[in-house]
Write a protein that binds this ligand. Structure first.
Ligand code: 5GP
Ligand code: MG
Length: 177
């Protein structure tokens, strides 16, 4: 049986809460939202729309990052391109990802950005898995904590399927085709 974890409207209110938290912390500096492809896509789009309610100076960029094979982390994080330092200069960079599991992805990206000259880097995830972190790091903004299960929908895929779902569910046996 498929288990819906977050309905479309529940996702919307989690994203609205994250936008409010980001806006409450914002300084005079420009915010650069840096989305990790591909999973960040619907989340980042909705987060931008929610942030538009606040008077912020906002830019958006993306990095292509991958670590998962099927339903498990390979432990190797591949960052496929880099971001010019000129784009990050003077900005508060907020790395946006769908989910924090082992933490290796965000940790690698933050380390990479610091090496490339980013001054202020924060992290924002829609979800984090309970008790699964393998790194000494906490996301600065986290929408909700979920049990340790493999989930799909709202950008999250299983072998490139299910990203289009507007809700989030646990991947069922019947979905592994
Ligand atoms: P981490 O590096 O923190 O272990 O994993 C983060 C990345 O792994 C996420 O950006 C996401 O792409 C992928 N990931 C982790 N857990 C899940 C999950 O439950 N479902 C899906 N579809 N991807 C996941
Ligand atoms: Mg990812």
């Amino acid at each position: 049986m498929t288990q819906t974890l977050y309905t479309e409207s529940e996702v919307k209110s989690v994203v609205a809460g994250l936008a409010a938290a980001i806006a409450a912390d914002s300084s005079e500096r420009k915010i650069l939202l840096l989305g990790l492809l591909k999973g960040c896509q619907p989340f980042l789009a909705d987060l931008c729309r929610e942030l538009s309610r606040y008077q912020l100076s906002l830019a958006v960029e993306y990095l292509q990052v991958s670590s998962y094979v099927g339903t498990a982390s390979s432990g190797q994080v591949k960052i496929s391109q880099t971001l010019p330092e000129s784009l990050m200069r003077g900005c508060d960079v907020i790395v946006v990802d769908d989910i924090f599991d082992t933490g290796l992805t965000l940790k690698s990206v933050v380390t990479h950005l610091r090496e490339k000259g980013a001054e202020r880097v924060k992290t924002c995830v829609l979800l984090r898995k309970e008790g699964s972190s393998r790194v000494v790091m906490e996301p600065d903004y986290c929408g909700a904590v979920i049990p340790d299960a493999f989930i799909v929908g709202y950008g999250l895929d299983y072998n490139e399927q299910y990203r289009e779902l507007p809700y989030i569910k646990v991947l069922g046996e019947e979905d592994r085709k």
